[in-house]
Design a protein around this ligand. Sequence first.
Ligand SMILES: CC(C)(COP(=O)(O)OP(=O)(O)OC[C@H]1O[C@@H](n2cnc3c(N)ncnc32)[C@H](O)[C@@H]1OP(=O)(O)O)[C@@H](O)C(=O)NCCC(=O)NCCS
Length: 208
Amino acid sequence: MTLTLRYMTLQDVPQVVNIDRMAFELPWSERSYAYEVTESTYSYMVVLEAETPAPAARGWRRWLPLNGRSTGRRIVGYGGLWHIMSEAHISTIAVHPDYRGRGWGEILLAAMVRRAVALRAGFVALEVRVSNTKAQNLYHKYDFETVGTKPRYYRNNDEDAYDMRLPLTAANRQRFSQRFLALQTYHTFADLYTTHEPPRTQQPGRMA
Ligand SMILES: CC(C)(COP(=O)(O)OP(=O)(O)OC[C@H]1O[C@@H](n2cnc3c(N)ncnc32)[C@H](O)[C@@H]1OP(=O)(O)O)[C@@H](O)C(=O)NCCC(=O)NCCS
C-alpha cells in the first residue's frame, strides 16, 4: 500500500465527511470543509491517501492496460491546521475506523506539527475531550502538555476539553525533525504537504 500526504481538495470533501461522521459526535458539515479548502486563508487541511496496487495478472490478462496499475485510491485519514499569528491550531484529526492502529494517525499529527514548524509558529494547540484517552495518548507521544481545561466545551454533552499545547522551541523542533524523518523511513509515505504551500486556487461549487 502506497501512502501519500497531500493537501485536501474540494473533490476529497465527500470522503472526508464520511470519515468525520464515523469519528465524531459533532461532525462538521460539507460546507465547513469546502470553506476550509476554498476560502480560508489560514487553513492547512491535509489528507492521507492510500493506494492499493492491482494484483499481478496472469496469462493473457497481463497485457491488459490495467495490469500493474492502481486499483484504487482512498482517503484513510485527514486533519486540519489553522495558522493564526504565533499559534498553529489543530482543528481536527481522524483516521477511518478500518485503518486505525497502524500509525497513520501519528503520520497526520506529525505532518501538521511539521507544517506548523515550516510556518514558523511559536506553538501548536488543540482541544481534546477529557474522555478521549486514545487521542490524548497520541498527543502525549508527541510531547503535548495539558495546560488547562475548558469547561463544558462540547455542546452535545457539555463535556470538558483539555487544552493541550506543544511549544515549538528550538530543542523541540530539532527533536521533532528527527522523529519525522524516522516516521517517514518506517512508513515510506510521499509528502506533498509539509514541504509545499497550499494551492488556494480551488473554486467552490465544483464538488465532484
Ligand atoms: C485518535 C486517532 C486519530 C488515532 O489514529 P490511529 O491511526 O488509530 O493512531 P496510531 O495508530 O497512529 O497510534 C498513535 C498513538 O496513538 C495512541 N493510540 C492509538 N490508538 C490507541 C488505543 N486504541 N488505545 C490507546 N492509545 C491509542 C497511542 O499512543 C499510539 O502510539 P503507540 O502505537 O506507540 O502506542 C483515531 O483513533 C481516531 O480517528 N479517533 C476518532 C477521532 C478523534 O478522536 N480524533 C481526535 C480528536 S481530538
